[in-house]
Design a binder for this molecule. Structure first.
Ligand SMILES: [Zn+2]
Length: 308
């Protein structure tokens, strides 16, 4: 679906819609004071913000505190529109256009939603009968912009793992980058083994795991090769490829969309209400912080020097 067609699907949400949905997601059993668990509150407004004040201990909290939306200056309805748009797997550039925010805000919203998806993914290991497919994600883009950085980091070993029903339907799906620091030195068996240890429940016994080999099993009924093709097409067409740093977050998003489909929005709202937020520096790993600089007095060495 093209950007314009997707844009036509963006719903109009009122503040009441969004507040009601977030309230349900944050407190599924109704309001509970975060300090004393009292179930009744007063509505108060402080500096233009709506707050919940506990009728027992007086503690004030906001609707977004403790959720993925904490600290946001973006209106709630734009967050909900972004959650709706996640079912199409769009780029931050298109999201920025469709909900009228800056590129950086759109990028941050998309990544915060992916952070909630990541938490959901961690809580649901694969179980049952498994099929595994070992593949490589080549970051071809890197070949053009920076051939010198085309090291082993540019080609990421990936395992596509699915819990399948007797008739071959995919009940649960994970696509994971190999976690080893130098995965190129691993054999395929070692890579698959690491995947099973990290992403499946303890109940999995090795004989219930079947590795899918595309070369030997031509005409295989496994859906995993097609699932993987879908993932790399999406990454290529929507983003022009993804570098190693954020690849896992995009792969998790792809699996989430594949599994949830029509229930995606409801599930995503619930996850956003139950997941603590993450900051921009934590997402990017670019912690700047304060750095001590000592100015040198001699003209010959004018400049700044880091003090370690
Ligand atoms: Zn209280």
């Amino acid at each position: 679906m093209g950007g314009r067609a997707i844009g036509e699907t963006v719903p109009v949400y009122t503040d009441e819609d969004c507040e009601g949905a977030l309230l349900m997601a944050k407190w599924p059993a109704g309001y509970r004071c975060p300090r004393c668990a009292h179930p009744h509150w007063y509505d108060v407004v402080a500096r233009g913000r709506k707050l919940y004040e506990c009728r027992s201990c007086g503690h004030q909290t906001s609707l977004t505190a403790g959720t993925i939306l904490e600290g946001t200056r973006t209106p709630l309805h734009k967050w909900f529109q972004a959650m709706h748009l996640m079912q199409f797997g769009i780029s931050a550039k298109l999201l920025a256009e469709l909900i009228s925010v800056t590129y950086k805000t759109a990028w941050l919203i998309n990544h915060k939603l992916r952070h909630a998806i990541d938490r959901w993914d961690r809580e649901l290991p694969l179980e049952g009968n498994l099929q595994l497919l070992g593949e490589f994600y080549g970051y071809e883009y890197l070949q053009h912009i920076s051939p010198s950085s085309l090291s082993e980091a540019a080609v990421q070993p990936v395992v596509i793992g699915a819990a399948v029903s007797e008739c071959g339907d995919i009940a649960h799906l994970k696509i994971k980058k190999d976690s080893k620091e130098q995965p190129s030195r691993s054999t395929e068996a070692e890579t698959l083994d690491r995947f099973v240890r990290q992403h499946t429940s303890d109940a999995i016994v090795p004989r219930r795991v079947a590795a899918v080999d595309r070369r030997r099993n031509r005409g295989t009924t496994s859906r995993l090769p097609a699932v993987w093709q879908g993932a790399i097409r999406w990454l290529a067409w929507t983003f022009g490829g993804i570098g190693p740093k954020h690849l896992q977050a995009y792969l998790n998003e792809y699996c989430f969309r594949y599994l949830l489909r029509r229930d995606l929005l409801v599930e995503l709202i619930g996850m956003c209400g139950a997941t603590r937020t993450i900051t921009y520096p934590d997402l990017t790993g670019n912690r700047t912080g304060a750095q001590a600089i000592r100015w040198r007095r001699h003209a010959a060495s004018r400049g700044a020097r880091k003090v370690s």
